[in-house]
Design a binder for this molecule. Sequence first.
Ligand code: CO8
Length: 266
Amino acid sequence: VPERGDAAEVRLERDGHLAVVTIDRPKALNALSASVLTALGETFDALAAEGPAVRGVILTGAGGRAFVAGADIVALSELTPEQGAELGRLGHRVAATIESLAAPVIACVDGFALGGGLELALACDLIYATDASSFGQPEVKLGLVPGFGGTVRLPRAVGLARAKELIYTGRRIDAAEAVAAGLVTRSFPDRESLLAGARTTLEQVAENSASAVAIAKRVLVAASGTPTETATQLEVRGFEDAFRTDDMREGVAAFIEKREPRFTGS
Ligand code: CO8
């Protein structure tokens, strides 16, 4: 099993055509220091370099208590405003790396997903969680504001009013409320079933055309939050791109010939 990124804080394991990325800094509840963020970015860059060999990614936290309890507050205490902005930009680059990966990424939350931790989960395609998990944007309790996409992606996930309530109060919600709000897609009784559930979904995705899934992800990410006209143009371009793929010719031919398609991802 090859490892990339900083082995001390971010682990990468391969499981056939799936990958599991684990943030492993349990003593600080997997808090995001600059080095964790850099290692995460490098890990997702390495997965992107593997191209179609990677069909799905699980992102999770080690230690059994947290996905990620936010930015590293000790590190934040020493930053100038300019360094704070730099950290924010580093975080946004990591989010962009996750969103630009062709394969879908599922955040598997088992415990706290707070502040930058919730924002990291929001950069993934889906959030699955154990029942015992909790979610929140507690930045205002520290005199801070979300700095890693919380004001952008949380309203898209749960609607503007719910996002405002969560960001202004800083209150934590449990997995049941997060499912009801549309933030979490599925919840599970324990970590084992959580990871198994994410694997099942990613395997189901991997049965389909990799190029079609990649185009769908690209359009969904790019169109999110844009005006209808821009979004529909992006969709038409994606639809056109699908027509350029071998997989589209194969998929429709297989349907017409009443056989299973043999997708190559090209
Ligand atoms: N940063 C650094 N250390 C942390 C963090 C954190 N965010 N969270 C927990 N820890 C540490 C604790 O200090 C403690 O360390 P030690 O054992 O050395 O004292 C250890 O983890 C265990 O934590 P607790 O003892 O506090 O455990 P509890 O069960 O009592 O409480 C909580 C768990 C509720 C999760 C609590 O730890 C907590 O409130 N943590 C902070 C949560 C928070 O406020 N997060 C938001 C941070 S701000 C942010 O994320 C800004 C986002 C912008 C990012 C931009 C760049 C990408």
